[in-house]
Ligand binder design. Structure first.
Ligand SMILES: [Zn+2]
Ligand SMILES: [Zn+2]
Length: 365
């Protein structure tokens, strides 16, 4: 069928909205009419070739929409279902079988390399457009997904607000609630409070952390962090960020979250911990990036470094849990999301990258 998709032909070229052909869903696939798709930093990283994705590209991995058609073997989804699209996984490896799909043996093949049995779902003149980015490629009016990366949501909920639950919000909230699991009254510092870091702040408030310290370079973001639950904010340009955190907490925080992947920030996120503290690393910096801290800092204080993918989310339980937080008023997505029409996708990406908006979401025509 004919669909419209945002297509980039080089790292520098903006996305253009072009007509494409979408293949029919295979036996185990679902066609989704996309209502909205969030913009996540991984989209920009792929366009800039920090991730090996071929041109022409269609990206987008925070899609949400309505099921239009299902393959002959699909169980549990039917036309009319409202769904959030998230990352794909194989469903067979030891990690998928133990409800840890973010560590799927095929994660990179499925989500970054866009591995799909039938090849790219979008075509122009018979040639593939992009791959099957995150098993969805949802910067388009329609997408093909699998039952492995779809989560049903109540039809009364606004899909343009729920779309970012598929990656960015899931990553920030999941890192706190699924990985660090802080007890009430424990201290946490979040380095970088874009959408992912802000989701970590919101989760820390839900967990009852105190203090909750936000560190960022953008003063507007720090002010926003206060409104989302940070008790203290620190300008990341200061030379003594870890010292300031120790001054607030006495011995340091129990937990820190790094969303930046920037080596000097990793050092601060480690140095601000009290004994037996844990840093969660959830950024995906360019390949080859090295993190360095003195060994005595780690071993002498019994610290832990923990890498995190997609918030360790078991999607069928954690996405509904986040929807409950939204319904209860604890996850104010309406204050996080700024919507743009698909035709303004380049502006949406620019505003997301500069921090002008917290979470940009494109809405399909
Ligand atoms: Zn797997
Ligand atoms: Zn993402």
């Amino acid at each position: 069928m004919k669909v419209f998709a945002a297509i980039a032909r080089s790292s520098e070229a903006p996305f253009d909205i072009e007509e494409c052909e979408l293949v029919p869903p295979a036996a185990d696939e679902v066609r989704v009419r996309v209502r909205a798709c969030g913009i996540c930093h991984t989209d920009s990283a792929a366009k800039l070739q920090h991730l090996p994705v071929p041109f022409p590209q269609t990206l987008g991995h925070e899609g949400a929409g309505v099921v239009e058609d299902v393959g002959s073997e699909v169980m549990g989804f039917a036309p009319g279902d409202h769904v959030i699209m998230t990352f794909g996984s194989c469903g067979r490896c030891e990690y998928c079988c133990s409800a840890r799909p973010a560590y799927c043996d095929d994660f990179l093949a499925i989500n970054i390399a866009g591995k799909r049995k039938g090849g790219a779902p979008l075509l122009q003149n018979g040639h593939p457009v992009g791959q099957h980015f995150f098993a969805q490629a949802a910067f388009a009016t329609h997408a093909i997904a699998t039952t492995r990366n779809l989560v049903k949501v109540d039809a009364s909920l606004p899909l343009e607000l729920l779309a970012p639950l598929g990656c960015g919000i899931q990553t920030g909230m999941g890192t706190v609630l699924n990985v660090l699991k802080p007890g009430a009254g424990t201290g946490i510092a979040v380095f970088g409070v874009g959408a992912v870091g802000m989701a970590a702040i919101i989760a820390a408030r839900i967990a009852g952390c105190s203090p909750i310290i936000a560190v960022d370079l953008i003063s507007e973001r720090l002010e926003a962090a206060r409104s989302f639950g940070a008790s203290h904010v620190i300008d990341g340009r200061a030379a003594d960020v870890a010292m300031q955190i120790r001054a607030i907490t006495g011995k340091g925080v129990h937990f820190s979250v790094d969303t930046t992947g920037h080596p000097p920030v990793i050092a601060e996120a480690t140095n601000c911990l009290r004994k037996l503290g844990t840093v969660a690393h959830l950024a995906a910096p360019p390949r080859g990036t090295q993190y360095c801290v003195p060994s005595h800092v780690i071993s002498g204080a019994g610290l832990s470094w923990r890498g995190v993918v997609e918030g360790d989310s078991d999607i069928q339980t954690f996405i509904p849990q986040m929807v409950q937080y939204y319904r209860a008023g604890q996850l104010p997505l309406d204050r996080m999301v700024t919507t743009y029409p698909l035709s303004s996708i380049n502006q949406a990406i620019a505003d997301a990258e500069t921090g002008k908006v917290l979470k940009a979401v494109v809405v399909m025509p």
